[in-house]
Design a protein around this ligand. Structure first.
Ligand SMILES: *Cc1c(COP(=O)(O)O)cnc(C)c1O
Length: 340
């Protein structure tokens, strides 16, 4: 085990020993390769560089209270990556190969799996890029899959906290029939300006997008889904431009077992004023509670509770983190235990 101050790591890149790679050539995916290089050598006409043929995933391995190492819902990430591949005309990466690559990547970097006590975890970042050379706009004939691992610190260093968010009306993240439902780099390039303008003043945690067509409904935050709670009901937007978050999907299942009702439907901005609790959810933080959402262009502001995480948000967070770290029974069979 490395001598690292796990608890003070940021959500950033920290070098580890190995990454796992796989090449697609002549119409098929090859064998997994284990690599200690951190750079890649690709053709300057590769489609990922010109036409954004790139998709990625993000998932975590947690060291549990019992010392076991668990990867959370890796089958869901494998499926979502396949869907992203379909969405931008890349060959699907096989489910079993994905699973094997994740497990191998954790095992090869076992010295970088943070301690349970630190609250930190080992983040896995798989990606696929089009590497075949093209000048005209068409899909590549060659691809590269890579997964690397990097330890990331606990999201809430000073405990579970609520933050203010801001609605951006000036920019859209994705169109109703665009690529918002796929985890592709192009969506992020399209969101950087909104993110920098909205959040780099330091006042807000993240920007929120409304639906691009009517600017009436809540879509999601820059890299996290939105959920809210009222009358013991978990409410999350339904839209054709939201990325289907695995954390959100898990929270919906947990909410039901905790006795909540679950509604997935369009959420108009005005409805924000009726919510008792609100949060952003995703792999990085599980739940990032929202204290307030401002809409500077209309001058409206929506406050949730007393500005601290609400009771349902706390319960949902505790249960999901508990399942990931072995404190709670894995009743849904979400974890893959990695032999270290
Ligand atoms: C990755 C991502 C999320 C969160 O998904 P999880 O599977 O919960 O990590 C939400 N929104 C966007 C735009 C994303 O890229």
């Amino acid at each position: 085990m490395q001598n690292i101050d796990w608890g003070s790591l940021p959500f950033g890149y920290y070098p580890t020993n190995y990454n796992v790679r796989c090449y697609y050539r002549n119409g098929e995916w090859g064998e997994l390769e284990y690599c200690s290089e951190t750079t890649i050598n690709i053709h300057m006409a590769a489609t990922c560089l010109h036409y954004g043929q790139e998709a990625f995933e993000g998932l975590k391995a947690h060291r549990g209270v019992d010392g076991k190492v668990r990867i959370f819902r890796l089958d869901e990430n494998a499926k979502r990556l396949q869907s992203s591949c379909d969405g931008i005309c890349m060959p699907r990466f096989p489910m079993e190969k994905f699973e094997e690559a994740m497990i191998k990547c954790v095992q090869l970097n076992k010295d970088f799996i943070p301690t349970y006590e630190s609250g930190a975890s080992l983040y896995l970042r798989p990606l696929i890029i089009g590497t075949g050379a093209r000048v005209g706009v068409k899909p590549a004939d060659e691809y590269l899959f890579i997964v690397f691992a990097t330890p990331v610190g606990p999201y809430f260093k000073g405990g579970f906290q609520a933050n203010p968010y801001v609605i951006t009306r000036k920019y859209d993240r994705s169109a109703p029939l665009g690529t918002g439902i796929y985890k592709v780099g192009g969506n992020y390039a399209a969101s950087l300006r909104a993110h920098v303008e909205a959040c780099h003043g330091g006042q807000y945690a993240c920007e929120f997008y409304l639906d691009a067509k009517e600017k009436k409904y809540i879509d999601e935050a820059g890299a996290a889904n939105f959920f809210a709670v009222k009358d013991n009901t978990y409410i999350t937007p339904q839209s054709t431009s939201i990325l289907p978050s695995i954390t959100n999907k898990s929270l919906m299942q947990i909410a039901e077992t905790l006795g909540m009702k679950v509604e997935r439907r369009p959420v108009a901005e005005e409805e924000l004023s009726t919510f008792e609790e609100a949060g952003a959810c995703g792999t990085a933080a599980v739940i990032s509670p929202i204290s307030r959402i401002d809409d500077p262009e209309t001058g409206k502001s929506y406050q949730f509770g007393d500005g601290t995480p609400g009771p349902w948000s706390r319960k949902l967070y505790k249960k999901l983190r508990g399942i990931q770290t072995g404190l709670e029974k894995d009743e849904f069979g979400w974890n893959t235990i990695v032999e270290i």
